[in-house]
Write a protein that binds this ligand. Structure first.
Ligand code: FAD
Ligand code: DLZ
Ligand code: SF4
Length: 504
C-alpha cells in the first residue's frame, strides 16, 4: 500500500504537510512540466530558480533516505502537466493513494479537484500549514469582521501569535512605528551588497536548459545569483538580518538610481517556494531586536510585511477567488504600453524599475507599487494585462500573492476590498522618495504639456475620469477638494496633455 506524495515547485519545505507521514514504500513525486513553465511567459531567472531549487530539494530528500521519483522537463515521455505526470506515476509505482499539500493557485486547486475521480484512488489534499493563518481561520476572521483592513487583521495576528507582544499589548507601546520610517535615502548612506550565489553543477545544467528553451521570454538570465537550496537561503537571510534589517524601516520606501536592492530582504522567492518559512524569518528578525542588533521600528516594520501583508493578501485571495480576478471597478481597458517590455521611454523612473526587473527578476515594493503600478493605475491599463505582467516578470510571483497586490493594492480593481483608496500619486511623491527626477528628461515642475512629468497630469486626469467612483471616498475628500478648485481651463489642459501622451 504505497502512497505517492506529490511535491510542487513552490512546496520545497522539509516539514511540508504532504511529506510528514512518509513511510517506507512511499514515493515522493516531483515533476518539471511544460504547463507550469509556460502558463505565463515567466522570467527566465524565475524558471531557473524553481527548477534548480526543485532538483536540489530532491537531492536533499534522497540524502535523508526518502525515495524520490523526479521527472525532468526534457524527459521524452513527459506529458507536460501535473495531472498527466501524476497519472503516469500512479501506474509506474502501483500507488494506492496520493497525498499532496494544497496549492498556491486557484488554477491548480481546480485541477486537483478532478484527481480523485480521474485516478480512481484516494487523494488527500492537506492543509498548507506553512502560513500563520490557515484558509479556514481567515474565513472565520472575515465572519468576525476582522479582515476589513490589513491593520485590524495584523493586530489580531500579533495577539494570536504573541509576536512582538508584551503583557497583552504591543512591544514599544505602539502597533507600528511608521512615523520613524520611510525616509528618502541620504547621499552618504550606502546599502549593503547583495549576497549572490555562484551556480553549482545542478544550476549550470538548469541554466543551459532555460537558455535553450526560454530565451524568448522577457528577462536576462546572465548574472543569475539566487539561492537555490535551503542552506543558501539561510545564508541570504542571515546576511539580510546582519547587514540590512537595522535600516530596513528607515529606507523601506526609498528609491535610488542604480541601487536595486537598498535595505530590502530579497527573500520573497525563498519564502514563496518554501526554502524559508515565514515563522523562522519573523523569529530571527525579532531575535535581532532582542539582542540589540536592530531597532524596533525596523523589526516591527519587517514583521508587519510578513505577518500582516503576506498573510492578509493570501486570505483575500482564497476567500474572494475565483470572482476576485474578474472585477474591474474602474473600468480600465488600455493595453499595456510597450515600455513594460523594455521599449525605450523618456520616463527615468519607469526605465529604472523595468531595467531592474529585466536584470534581476526583482524590483522592490515601492518600485512595484508607486512607479510601475501607479503608472498602470493612472493610465487605466486593463487589470488582466498588468496582472499577467507582474506574474511573469518577478521571481517571487505566484498568483495567491501577486493578484491581490496588483488587482487590489495597485489597480483598485476590487473596488476597495484590499485598500480603502487607490495608491495614486503624482510625480511629487516619486521625487520625494527617490533621486529619479533629477536624471529625467521630463520636468517635474511642469504640470502639463509635452515636457511635463507625465505622472503630474495623469494623476489629475485619473481623478477627473474616476470622479463618479472615487469623488465621495472620505479618504480622498481633500484631494477632490483641490481638484474642484481648479479652473475649467486647467482641467481642460490636464485632460488634453493626458490624451496626447496616452494616445502617443
Ligand atoms: P522586503 O521589502 O524585504 O519585505 C520582506 C517580506 O515581506 C517580503 O519578502 C515579502 O515576503 C513580504 N511582503 C512585503 N510586502 C508584501 C505584500 N504587499 N504582499 C505580500 N508579501 C509582502 N510579493 C510577492 O511575494 N510576490 C508577488 O508576486 C508580488 N507582487 C507584487 C505586486 C505589486 C504591484 C506590489 C505592490 C507588491 C507585490 N509583492 C509581491 C509584494 C512585495 O513587493 C514583495 O514581496 C517584495 O518586494 C519582495 O522583496 P523583498 O523580499 O526584498 O521584500
Ligand atoms: C512556477 C513553476 C514552474 C516555472 N515550473 C514548475 C514545474 O516544472 N514543476 C512544478 O512542480 N512547479 C513549477 N512551478 C510552480 C507551480 O507553478 C506552482 O506550484 C503552482 O502554481 C501552484 O502554486
Ligand atoms: Fe518619473 Fe516624472 Fe520624475 Fe521623470 S519627472 S522620473 S517621469 S516622476
Amino acid at each position: 500500500m504505497s502512497c505517492l506524495r506529490l511535491v510542487l515547485g513552490d512546496q520545497l519545505t522539509r516539514e511540508l504537510s504532504s511529506l510528514r507521514g512518509y513511510e517506507d514504500g512511499d514515493v515522493v513525486l516531483m515533476v518539471e512540466v511544460a504547463d507550469e513553465t509556460t502558463y505565463v511567459r515567466h522570467h527566465p531567472q524565475k524558471i531557473a530558480l524553481i527548477l534548480s531549487a526543485m532538483r536540489h530539494f530532491a537531492e536533499d530528500l534522497r540524502e535523508r533516505g526518502l525515495t524520490v521519483d523526479y521527472v525532468r522537463l526534457d524527459d521524452a515521455r513527459n506529458t507536460g502537466s501535473f495531472s498527466g505526470e501524476l497519472a503516469r506515476a500512479v501506474k509506474r509505482h502501483g500507488a494506492s493513494s496520493v497525498a499532496v499539500t494544497e496549492p498556491g493557485e486557484w488554477r491548480v486547486w481546480e485541477m486537483m479537484g478532478d484527481w480523485e475521480s480521474d485516478l480512481d484512488l484516494p487523494v488527500d489534499i492537506l492543509e498548507d500549514d506553512r502560513f500563520f493563518c490557515s484558509r479556514s481561520e481567515f474565513a472565520g476572521l472575515v465572519d468576525k469582521g476582522k479582515t476589513g483592513r490589513m491593520e485590524y487583521f495584523y493586530r489580531e495576528m500579533r495577539k494570536r501569535t504573541g509576536l512582538l507582544m508584551t503583557d497583552g499589548g504591543p512591544e514599544g507601546g505602539a502597533w507600528n512605528f511608521d512615523k520613524d520610517n520611510r525616509k528618502a535615502l541620504p547621499k552618504d548612506v550606502s546599502p549593503p551588497h547583495r549576497m549572490r550565489f555562484r551556480p553549482d553543477a545542478i544550476t549550470q545544467e538548469v541554466l543551459e536548459l532555460v537558455a535553450d528553451r526560454f530565451s524568448d521570454h522577457f528577462g536576462d538570465l546572465d548574472g543569475f545569483g539566487w539561492a537555490v537550496s535551503r542552506k543558501e537561503a539561510l545564508r541570504a537571510l542571515r546576511h539580510f538580518i546582519a547587514e540590512a534589517l537595522p535600516r530596513f524601516g528607515d529606507y523601506q520606501d526609498a528609491m535610488k538610481t542604480g541601487e536595486d536592492f537598498l535595505f530590502h530582504g530579497l527573500i520573497s522567492p525563498y519564502l514563496n517556494i518554501g526554502l524559508l518559512t515565514a515563522s523562522e524569518v519573523c523569529d530571527k528578525a525579532i531575535a535581532a531586536w532582542e539582542n540589540g542588533d536592530a531597532p524596533l521600528n525596523a523589526v516591527e516594520g519587517f514583521v508587519r510585511q510578513i505577518l500582516g501583508w503576506r498573510e492578509f493578501v493570501r486570505g483575500i485571495y482564497w476567500t474572494e477567488m475565483p470572482g476576485y480576478a474578474q472585477s474591474n471597478h474602474l473600468n480600465a481597458k488600455r493595453d499595456l504600453p510597450a515600455m513594460y517590455w523594455g521599449a525605450k521611454t523618456r520616463m527615468h523612473c519607469m526605465s529604472e524599475c523595468i531595467r531592474s526587473t529585466r536584470q534581476h527578476a526583482y524590483a522592490h515594493h515601492i518600485q512595484r507599487l508607486m512607479v510601475t503600478g501607479n503608472f498602470a493605475l493612472l493610465a487605466g491599463v486593463a487589470p488582466e494585462q498588468i496582472e499577467r505582467w507582474y506574474l511573469e516578470v518577478y521571481a517571487d510571483a505566484f498568483e495567491w500573492v501577486e493578484l491581490p497586490n496588483v488587482h487590489g493594492m495597485a489597480m483598485h480593481a476590487d473596488g476597495g476590498r484590499l485598500g480603502s483608496k487607490p495608491y495614486a500619486a503624482s510625480g511629487a511623491y516619486i521625487d520625494r522618495m527617490s533621486d529619479y527626477c533629477g536624471e529625467c528628461s521630463y520636468s517635474l515642475k511642469l504640470k502639463t504639456g509635452e515636457d511635463a512629468c507625465p505622472f503630474n497630469y495623469l494623476y489629475w486626469n485619473f481623478l477627473i475620469e474616476n470622479e463618479d467612483k472615487l469623488g465621495n471616498n472620505q479618504r480622498m475628500s481633500l484631494i477632490y477638494g483641490n481638484l474642484r478648485r481648479k479652473s475649467d481651463e486647467d482641467r481642460a489642459e490636464i485632460v488634453r496633455s493626458a490624451r496626447v501622451f496616452l494616445d502617443g
